[in-house]
Design a protein around this ligand. Sequence first.
Ligand SMILES: Cc1cc2nc3c(=O)[nH]c(=O)nc-3n(C[C@H](O)[C@H](O)[C@H](O)COP(=O)(O)OP(=O)(O)OC[C@H]3O[C@@H](n4cnc5c(N)ncnc54)[C@H](O)[C@@H]3O)c2cc1C
Ligand code: FES
Length: 370
Amino acid sequence: MTETYQITVDPIGAEITCREDQTILDACLRAGVWVPHSCTHGTCGTCKVEVLDGEVDHGASSAFALMDIERDEGKTLLCCATPRSDVVLEADIDADDEAPSHAVEDYAGTIVALEDVAVDTRRVIVELDRDMTFDAGQYMAWQIPATRAGGASGVTRTYSMANPPSQGRRLEFQIRRTPGGVCSDGWVFRDLAVGEQVSLAGPYGRFTVRMRRTEPAVMIAGGTGLAPIASMIKRVLQDETQADRPGPSRILLYQGARTRAALYDVELFRDLATRHPDRFVYRPCLSEEEVTPELEAQGYAAGLVTDVVAADNASLAGHVAYLCGPPAMVEAAMKTLMSRRLFPRDISREEFLDESNRHSGGLRSPLIKR
Ligand SMILES: Cc1cc2nc3c(=O)[nH]c(=O)nc-3n(C[C@H](O)[C@H](O)[C@H](O)COP(=O)(O)OP(=O)(O)OC[C@H]3O[C@@H](n4cnc5c(N)ncnc54)[C@H](O)[C@@H]3O)c2cc1C
Ligand code: FES
């Protein structure tokens, strides 16, 4: 029989039940107890807490995200830790009333559309069995069929919604192929088909657009890091439920790709820029394709997305920022924004950390708290 244990989350004193084979993060989020987390696979360290009493198994925590000395000091990563007794823990829960608060649930989905939108980039539309509420910028954990994961069950990968929260049943995902990757190369780009049933859980994450922050926002997206940012932009510009929550007064979107063949949804953002000329500016940036005067006239910029942001803006004081994409791009963008007078507290970011980062530690600036 599977044991269950009592988990007490201080300083809020919430009490929840957790199975011995369930991560404490999963139990908290399913019970509607919001605790900090980002990657949900033991890589980023965001969910680190102090165990005040009780025993946990640290599971698959990366040695980089949870060092031996921290284990000895009684720290653990909630997204990997499973209980071995009743546990009392202390989490760093901030009283942000815009933090997401939707309980995580399991959903069954049907693939209703698949489209190749750019080089190695596929748009996947999933129709859920029921409506889901989420905040723009959040993501889902996809259950990978055991047949695609070398026979292993319970293997998951995380993908961000690109649709706005007003479409809580028909979810759009933008998935990039990672050569040799179990989920992307081995399933989504191999034989995932329209009509196939998929299992998802969510919503997760707190990389969400803050509708009460009315300062102008600079948004920087690399590759499919565009997905959560697209959801945010659609939330701000298209959702009609925002009368009491104005959101950023203006959005500058910098979308980075090597070439035009790797860019997608250009027409969508151009159209939004035409319809919201005072509120939305779109800058597609090409790092490995010549930007001719003709392309320049169409709004394309030449160079790495971070270099274009730096060249366009002598100062970004008074802005907020949202960054998403590969860890190296996010790290470079942090440096650029700080050199343009933005403070870390005004910058939200999500890195698409993967299995290789779990094993190598990835790139993280000690300056920046998520
Ligand atoms: C919060 C979040 C949101 C995300 N949203 C999106 C999104 O919207 N769109 C998107 O495209 N991606 C997104 N990602 C990335 C996504 O979750 C996957 O990591 C990515 O698709 C790769 O998964 P995979 O199964 O195809 O590859 P994996 O099998 O996970 O492999 C990834 C890489 O790691 C290497 N690797 C595997 N095992 C090891 C090992 N033991 N040691 C060293 N290297 C190893 C592989 O060779 C490969 O290069 C997101 C990630 C996070 C954390
Ligand atoms: S959320 Fe637990 S380490 Fe990233």
